[in-house]
Write a protein that binds this ligand. Structure first.
Ligand code: BJW
Length: 249
């Protein structure tokens, strides 16, 4: 770590309001595949994920969309939070910060499993189904595995995974809350994201515009690297416990 970053992290008065924005890379060491690794995109059954995780595919082939998310849910079911998720949860619970906002693009639920609360899940949650007509929400665990697509118990229309697909608007409240926190934080840690997906990638832009220090943690260079004040090249599970002063890991 650079001397300047060490000085910043050792100066608690400059590090009161924290925002953490996480992406798929934070869960990589837990065994959850990222979307864009080494310049290539995830492909499943010959289709790129941008096509599978799109609003067009929900309209064209909802059972296939369910198969894709059931497959992903199966992977996540075998994964545990890693040292990065745990360091974030402990930093929040410690009460050391005047404000602590965790915003994630991930749908895998690992921040919640680690003990984080009040997190903003910008792209939804893989464990929930939502009615196409009335937006009724149901835990996928409550739905029989052979009911695909599931039927809404309230209005009997079909249900879809409660995630934000390409071409869909994010939840207004979640996005507003994330932007408001970005505008008032002192430090914004951006971990494990390629920072190419809009509008989540605007969070560090807003934070920096309003005077926050941007610290990127990523195993590779990204679109954000040149923009960040500090860019730490390394694995989230190694770096996060250090910069958050996590004593257990
Ligand atoms: C590690 C590591 C380790 C690895 N440690 N690091 C053209 C220009 C600009 C924008 C657009 C455009 N065309 C379309 C758009 C908009 C579009 C968009 O941004 N597209 C770009 C990709 C071009 N955005 C949208 O469509 C959004 N909606 C929207 O804009 O709405 C407008 C609207 C308004 C009103 C009405 C209608 C519409 C919605 C975006 C939703 C994104 N959804 C997904 C899928 C969710 C469901 C699913 O899981 O299938 O969310 S896409 C996918 O990308 C997923 C992720 O959350 C998101 C971000 O990915 P992330 O987290 O950054 O992962 P990776 O894989 O990209 O990167 C991992 C990183 O980790 C890498 O950098 C590694 O180096 C690093 N790493 N191991 C630390 N151990």
């Amino acid at each position: 770590m650079s001397d300047k970053l060490t000085m910043l992290l050792d100066a608690p008065e400059k590090f009161r309001r924290l925002l953490v924005l996480s992406g798929a890379g934070i869960s990589a060491e837990s065994g959850v595949p990222t979307f864009r690794g080494g310049g290539t995109s995830t492909v499943w059954r010959g289709m790129p994920f941008e096509q599978l995780s799109s609003v067009e595919m929900v309209e064209k082939d909802l059972p296939l969309v369910w198969e894709w998310f059931d497959y992903r849910r199966g992977i996540v079911a075998g994964c545990e939070p890693n040292a990065a998720h745990l360091a974030i949860a402990r930093a929040q619970i410690s009460g050391r910060f005047d404000a602590f906002t965790l915003v994630t693009q991930n749908i895998d639920g690992l921040h919640r499993s680690a003990g984080s609360t009040d997190l903003i899940e910008l792209h939804g949650n893989i464990d929930q189904a939502r009615c196409l007509s009335c937006n009724y929400l149901l835990d996928v665990a409550e739905i029989p595995e052979d009911e695909r697509p599931p039927v809404c118990p309230d209005c009997f229309d079909s249900m879809r995974p409660n995630v934000v697909l390409f071409g869909e608007a994010l939840d207004d409240d979640a996005l507003l809350q994330a932007y408001e926190s970005a505008a008032v934080c002192d430090v914004c840690i951006v971990v494990g994201t390629s920072a190419v997906v809009y509008p989540a990638n605007q969070i560090p832009v807003i934070a920096k515009r309003e005077g926050a220090v941007i610290i990127e943690v990523n195993s590779d260079e990204t679109e954000l690297t040149a923009f960040a004040d500090f860019s730490i090249r390394g694995k989230a599970a190694d770096v996060l416990p250090t910069i958050l002063g996590d004593e257990v890991n």
